[in-house]
Design a protein around this ligand. Sequence first.
Ligand SMILES: Nc1ncnc2c1ncn2[C@@H]1O[C@H](COP(=O)(O)OP(=O)(O)OP(=O)(O)O)[C@@H](O)[C@H]1O
Length: 609
Amino acid sequence: MTTMSMQKGVQPVLTIILVLLAAVAPLLMSPSNVQLFIFWGINILLAQSINLLSGLGGQISLGHAAFYAIGAYVSAIFMVRFGFPLYITILLSAAVNALVGFLVSFPAGRVREFYLAMMTLGFGFVIEEIIKEWSSVTGGVMGLSGIPSPKLGTMHLFGIQLNLIHYYWIVFLVVVLMVWMLRNFVQSYYGRSFLAIHRSELSAASIGISPGRVKQLAYTMSACLAGVAGALYAHLMAYIGANSFGMMQSIEILVMGILGGFGTIIGPILGAGFLTFIANKLQFIKDYQLMIYSLLLVISFLFIPRGFAGLLGIRTALSKEKRLQKVKPISEISEVKPVRIPGREARTLSYSPHHKKLKVEGVIKDFGGLRALQHVSLELGQGTILGLVGPNGSGKSTLVNVISGVYPVTEGKISFGKAEITNMPTHAIAGQGIIRTFQDPHNVGNMTVKENLLLGRHQKYRSGIVSCVLNLKSSLLEEQEMLVKVHEMMELCSLAQYSEELVENLPYGVQRMVEVARAILAEPELLLLDEPAAGLSEHEMQELSKLIRYIKSRGISVILIDHHMEFLMGLIDEVIVLDSGKMIYSGDAQGMQTNQQVIEAYLGVANHA
Ligand SMILES: Nc1ncnc2c1ncn2[C@@H]1O[C@H](COP(=O)(O)OP(=O)(O)OP(=O)(O)O)[C@@H](O)[C@H]1O
């Protein structure tokens, strides 16, 4: 047997042994230790909840205990008042919280950074006040007591009186299930879209990811998870009061996530463990808890920014490739239609044949008193490469920005095919088939090359969230198909050797190539390349030229901004020259070189320089 196959055989056995150990552990522990482990389980859910929202989705939350509180009160009230069983009250807590999270996402999704921090802080205080004031339902400042609890032997499930060990098993099951589903989610295109939005909303939108939708999902799922934790907490304690869900609890949840390592699955589990067990040993300094938590946060930010997970070199992969490889190596998949690559005649690429035409009509763009674009009009047909040139500050990037929806136009109309796209949001324009790159590559730096390229396929995924979270066969097959296309694109762009490297660690030229490859994988009909050759070596520029020719050969139209005339001349079919926002030339490249106005405005400047 090879080492690899031995490892494969050992892994499931190890998992089974660990699960069995965890299952029998409470039988060998004192009740207080069993309770401590239950707290760890509840804290894992809380830490994962903040990890999902802040660590992955990038949405700061300073009032997270509010979701925890809602979950606890919903479960407790439905069991105390209506006698609902535990499994129903947990589901109700999750559902009510999901709804609250969804509603909160609308105002929260509109603000960022400091304002978002203040908003979530306010949300935490509002929920705390409601709990205190709505005494007829919540018990007010006196709290809610008499909640059926396994600790007191007052909770029954399916006719069985539950004790602490039973409850441990329930919490264990819930935590294992939730963490497994969360891992599946993080490794799906949904999870990748969370990180993409976290790193740059604009970049994510440029490949068709809707920031609004991602935030709605992040708040809904995160609240749902905190709701389950709240329900489990309420029944463990038998009593809940507003004080258990204040500012301190919100900070504690944050510390667990950050200290453990945001963006990973293992990190929050470690962070939750650290706080559960250490805090328990430090009861005598409880009065200084806030100070200690604040110190922990500062220490974490300064010395271990990626938390315990970072210290241990743990990173959660953002694709299911490793798992899929175990089933069947990508190279052996026959169900997937091969992606065709130029120069590899045996294959073809399946891009849409319904190419659309770009029409820009009389576009004006003002920035305050500055008119960056003055009545610019152009038309671009299928498979044409249009060069966009002009001196610095002449409005080239602004034109690309208004076409891609980054800036609204002041006046004028832009259409693509039959659709008018003037002032549409960027992700919707990407949905129409217009994909862009940026002057500085806008990849997700803390994702690998392969994961960044998978992001390019985002719009092509069809699997629903349930399918991804439960790893249903259809979603795995789809992921496999996408991976095949990504691998072929890496081959085409000479990126295969960097496949597993984090993009932020790569040379500038490679990062550029990753961004262009990602854009191509989105199967655009129009590609907007803003100075793609800037900072590239001669060899890299040649590689890029080849790639652009390939794009054209697939019938994709390109608008290409660049200052390298030699690079441009070999590629473009048509050219537009801008000067101070005005279009001073439109035609072929040869004509441009002899046009007097262009020579004065642009080439003249270049020569002079
Ligand atoms: N967000 C903005 N706010 C205010 N002014 C802007 C903004 N974006 C661009 N401008 C201004 O609009 C004009 C055109 O800028 P733009 O970046 O489009 O030029 P460019 O031709 O792409 O230049 P370069 O070749 O240097 O990238 C410049 O005067 C610039 O300062």
